[in-house]
Write a protein that binds this ligand. Structure first.
Ligand code: SAH
Length: 399
């Protein structure tokens, strides 16, 4: 691979003062921060960033078509961006995961975009298959290089690419879902998470097949489910349900509106030795189910999809979160536990706390904070990049 991409790097000069955020390690700059950019820069091209006073600041991907015009890839303005550079980045990310992957687990996120210095690149490992996703023009240009480095470092059985979703469209690309290299993944691949077995559909399952970000929370919440009656709302393929049953829950009720998710949930419960007669899987809208329910539970899990997909939707999303939390609180026995999550990027931690406080106030319950939760350590986020911290969770004791 030659170095033409780094040799031809163009120059972007920021407006005065706009470099401050970079010193903290924040990886983004919006188009409004730019004073001048060389002409004819192609979307995703590598550029050298300079302050207004002419100091070299960083090397970045530039995409004039995206709101996030600049995504930093190195803290020097003269970094050599070539195959070896990406290979080193990928190796660093993979080495870190090797140190923190828990035993009895063979699925985790290997590369978490900005958090691993590769803006727009997701790589997930499911046993000996990899799933990749490219969502920025910058990483898209290095697709072959990334796949080749992954093959060398990890010798997977196959790499399946799922480059899809809204952010890819914003960067001006079509979807690409295909076998990128090696063997095609089976329709259902079995993985192990903290000793629990799960079937995952890498081609069509949600996200890249499984909500890997919730792994540590599934285990933690499982620990309070011994001998409990558990209600798992928005259960998908039964991640929280299986862990609850494994720690000895007496009864786990799983709710999801998707028939395909419910079928997979039943299969996953069965795979771990739990019957649907003791642990029912119910097709329902959680909002209706909670409102119409008389049964009381010891543990309720609320892990809804992102209710706010943009800033405009935040108020409506807040009402939705408040409603499900209020209804869940009413269905809990004294001494119960509520595990409540929001994965909306636009609902930050402070707002989420306020919503749950308001729900507890309306329900007339005392909420004890037992633990704050987030995505697991295989989903690193640069500390200054608060936008990257999308998953918020609270484990509450309820009286
Ligand atoms: N907790 C899961 C992930 C949940 S993803 C895990 O650990 O794997 C969110 C799920 O909510 C999806 O499966 C989706 O089908 C479901 N869903 C979305 N809106 C819903 C609604 N109003 N009622 C019930 N389920 C819903």
């Amino acid at each position: 691979m030659n170095d033409t991409k780094s040799m031809t790097a163009a120059k972007v000069i920021l407006k005065p003062g706009k470099e401050r955020i970079l010193y903290q390690g924040h990886p983004w700059l919006f188009s409004g921060a730019i004073a001048t950019a060389d002409r004819g820069i192609a979307p995703g091209q590598v550029v050298r960033l300079f302050s207004h006073a002419g100091t070299g600041l960083a090397t970045a991907f530039y995409n004039p078509k995206s709101d996030i015009a600049l995504r930093v890839i190195a803290r020097e303005a003269d970094a050599e961006i070539n195959h070896a550079f990406w290979q080193r980045r990928i190796e660093a990310a993979v080495t870190r995961r090797a140190r923190m992957l828990p035993p009895d687990t063979n699925a985790c996120r290997l590369i978490n975009a900005e958090g691993d210095g590769m803006p727009g690149l997701i790589v997930d490992r499911y046993d000996d298959f990899l799933v990749t996703s490219f969502s920025t023009a910058g990483m898209e240009a290095w697709r072959e290089c990334v796949h080749s480095a992954l093959r060398t470092l990890l010798t997977p059985r196959g790499i399946y690419e799922r480059s899809e979703g809204r952010s890819r469209a914003r960067e001006g690309f079509e979807e690409r879902c295909m076998v990128a290299w090696g063997a095609a993944p089976p329709a259902m691949l079995e993985i192990i998470e903290h000793g629990a077995r799960f079937l995952v559909n890498l081609r069509e399952g949600q996200k890249t097949g499984f909500f890997l970000d919730q792994r540590e929370n599934r285990r933690l919440v499982g620990t309070v489910c011994r001998a409990a009656a558990v209600l798992n709302c928005f259960a998908y393929s039964g991640g929280f349900s299986v862990h609850a049953a494994r720690t000895g829950a007496e009864r786990v009720v799983s709710i999801d509106s998707s028939a395909a998710a419910n079928e997979l949930c039943r299969q996953n419960m069965g795979l771990n030795g739990f019957s649907s007669s003791q642990h029912p899987v119910v097709a329902a809208n959680v909002f209706d189910f909670l409102r119409d329910q008389d049964e009381l539970f010891d543990v309720i899990i609320l892990d809804p999809p992102a209710f706010a997909k943009s800033q405009k939707e935040v108020m409506a999303a807040a009402r939705g979160y408040k409603e499900i939390n209020l209804q869940a609180l009413k269905r809990l026995r004294p001494g119960g536990f509520l595990a409540t999550f929001s994965c909306s990027n636009h609902v930050d931690g402070a707002l989420f706390h306020k919503i749950v406080i308001a729900a507890a106030a309306d329900a007339g319950k005392t909420a004890q904070l037992l633990c704050e939760m987030g995505a697991g350590p295989d989903h690193p986020v640069i500390l200054a990049h608060s936008e990257g911290r999308y998953l918020k969770g609270l484990l509450l004791g309820i009286e």
